[in-house]
Ligand binder design. Structure first.
Ligand SMILES: [Zn+2]
Length: 61
């Protein structure tokens, strides 16, 4: 599956959890150009927290 990359036309956070035994993948893309991807449930949780934090500190707000 290669469709998990952030879509620059759709800023936001995207989480995918294909199966219970499969690690979650997450990504976010911001209209300011910041984009990150990660794999693993704990990492995804951190990424979501980072995204929320970024929205509060983004220079493009
Ligand atoms: Zn931003």
């Amino acid at each position: 599956m290669d469709d998990l990359a952030p879509d620059s036309g759709l800023p936001g956070v995207h989480i995918a959890k294909p199966a219970r035994d499969f690690p979650a993948t997450g990504s976010y893309a911001c209209c300011c150009g910041t984009a990150r991807q990660t794999t693993g449930d704990d990492n995804v949780r951190d990424l979501v927290a980072e995204w929320i934090d970024h929205r509060n500190t983004c220079p493009h707000r």
